[in-house]
Write a new protein. Structure first.
Ligand SMILES: [Ca+2]
Ligand SMILES: [Ca+2]
Ligand SMILES: [Ca+2]
Length: 504
């Protein structure tokens, strides 16, 4: 600003001087440093008052630029009589060079203030430039909402990937909930107190206490002791997030005949990154996760060893992603009563009464493995079905890119996929169920159900280079964009049949 005022004054004085040429000589004997005197000396250095003023002799002279002469595209610094690139930051408009340096050239910022003009990105990385966010790979003031983390390499805001990237210690769906929306639970913390407020320092001991506190997010730390069963029935929304390895965050109910997790009465419940254990002594009753008129979301959850169903849903909306449902005494996943069911990238194995039962629901099941080798098979000698039973499917139902393998039931017709109404199995591998993998009501398209050996890997699930039945044989238009591991699909010439996409 100082330079700007100086320049303005100099111009005004020059304008005044131009209309008063006759007096130039008089004034200049007394004050030869005046701009008009400097200008006059530049025109004619031999004038008496010029003396040894030190006017740069090599400056071209057009008579209209003050003490610097003609600066061309540059500006005149009247204090130094030098031509410069900038007099203030307003001439420095790029992120790489947003500050006006002491030598009059635009240079990289030193502080955030140097970035606060011309709509430049707000954060200065000293000596490098202005960026969208700070230079460390953590939650940044400049990053928020769906992209709370500053990527130090990309210099841009992105979603969080780990809890440690969020200041409040919790990352959910790429966002960092504020501390005010989180209560903490830690069952083996000696300071835990269910009569407290669930702070990170003094957490609740049980999940139910966290739910009852009314916060949207219940963050559950690992515990050497199991967490007790709980119920969510307020009609509100709650998200329970395991912070730690899901195998170290276990919810278990040991009384026979009771459910471990219950969501009812129009409530919305999400579980992430934890395990739901049952009595571990089948058969008895009690589901792992019981949902009635609930909007239930399970992500990265293991449900095992429950007496009855692993997941039982009556009505409501159920979304399961990256879920493992195994070793339950009843059906692995049972949904009925017009529930809206989405199951992706999940494994359903070793469930005694069958793997997946879809009765009068709309469903979208893709990239799932149902069954497997040996004890991974679903069903038993007294099961009603082995792998999948579909009854009265509602409009819009899909069963795409799944692998149904080696399940057992007393009748061969019901061991693989048992359809109670006409239904088309798409892009799927159904194998290892004796002579009939599909019951007569099931049809199939772009699938492998013939009984010919699919040449699977020794794990009994993944395709190999020899799996001619299935490699690139699916309908690309119907195939999901990933496979059971989240790998990109298609790989190679086209999408593969089944839950796994094999890359050559
Ligand atoms: Ca703990
Ligand atoms: Ca392929
Ligand atoms: Ca794969």
């Amino acid at each position: 600003m100082t330079r700007f005022i100086s320049l303005t004054l100099a111009v005004l004085v020059l304008i005044a001087a131009c209309g008063d040429d006759d007096n130039v000589g008089e004034n200049c004997f007394e004050s030869p440093e005046l701009p008009e005197c400097v200008e006059a000396c530049r025109e004619d250095p031999t004038r008496a008052f010029c003396g040894d003023m030190g006017i740069p002799g090599d400056m071209p002279d057009t008579g209209d630029m003050g003490p610097c002469g003609d600066c061309g595209d540059q500006l005149c610094d009247t204090e130094s009589s030098m031509c410069v690139d900038c007099l203030s930051e307003s001439e420095c408009t790029t992120a790489e060079a947003s500050a006006c340096g002491s030598d009059g050239s635009c240079e990289a910022c030193a502080t955030d203030d140097d970035c606060d003009h011309d709509d430049l990105p707000p954060v200065c990385v000293t000596g490098e430039g202005c960026f969208e966010c700070g230079d460390s790979n953590v939650e940044s003031d400049d990053c928020s909402g769906a992209t709370p983390v500053c990527d130090g390499t990309e210099r841009s805001c992105r979603a969080c990937a780990e809890h440690a990237e969020c200041a409040a210690g919790l990352c959910v769906d790429g966002a960092c909930p504020p501390a005010s929306d989180i209560v903490w639970v830690d069952g083996d913390d000696s300071a835990c107190d269910d009569g407290g407020t669930g702070t990170s320092a003094v957490p609740f001991c049980e999940i139910q206490a966290g739910l009852d506190a009314g916060a949207e997010f219940v963050a559950v730390r690992d515990s050497t002791t199991n967490y007790a069963w709980f119920q969510w029935d307020t009609g509100e929304r709650a998200t329970i997030v395991g912070v730690g390895d899901r195998s170290d965050i276990n919810i278990r109910r040991t009384e026979a005949g009771e459910d471990t997790v219950r969501c009812v009465s129009g409530s919305t419940l999400s579980l992430r990154g934890l395990s739901v254990l049952g009595q571990q002594t089948a058969p008895t009753t009690g589901a792992g996760v019981f949902a009635s008129d609930c909007t239930l979301t399970l992500t990265d959850v293991s449900v095992s060893g429950n007496g009855q169903a692993g997941v039982s849903a009556t009505g409501g909306t159920v979304t399961l992603t990256d879920v493992s449902v195994s070793g339950n005494g009843g059906v692995g996943i049972a949904a009925s009563a017009a529930a809206d069911v989405t199951i992706r990238r999940s494994t359903i194995q070793d469930n005694r009464d069958g793997g997946l039962e879809l009765e009068s629901v709309r469903f979208d099941v893709e990239n799932c493995v149902i069954g497997g080798l040996g004890t991974d098979a679903n069903g038993s000698a007294d099961a009603d079905f082995g792998g999948v039973r579909i009854t009265s499917p509602m409009a819009g139902s899909r069963f795409v890119n799944n692998s149904v393998l080696n399940n057992v039931a007393p009748l061969a017709l019901s061991a693989g996929v048992l359809c109670g109404a006409p239904f088309d199995i798409k892009n799927s591998l159904v194998h290892g169920h004796g002579a009939t993998n599909l019951s007569p009501m099931c049809t199939s398209s772009d699938s492998h159900v013939s009984g010919a050996d699919p040449s699977l890997d020794t794990d009994g699930i993944h395709l190999t280079a020899s799996s001619g039945c299935c490699l690139d044989m699916a309908d690309d238009a119907e195939a999901p964009a990933d496979d059971i591991e989240g790998d990109e699909r298609p790989c190679g010439a086209g999408a593969d049949i089944g839950a796994d996409e094999h890359c050559p």
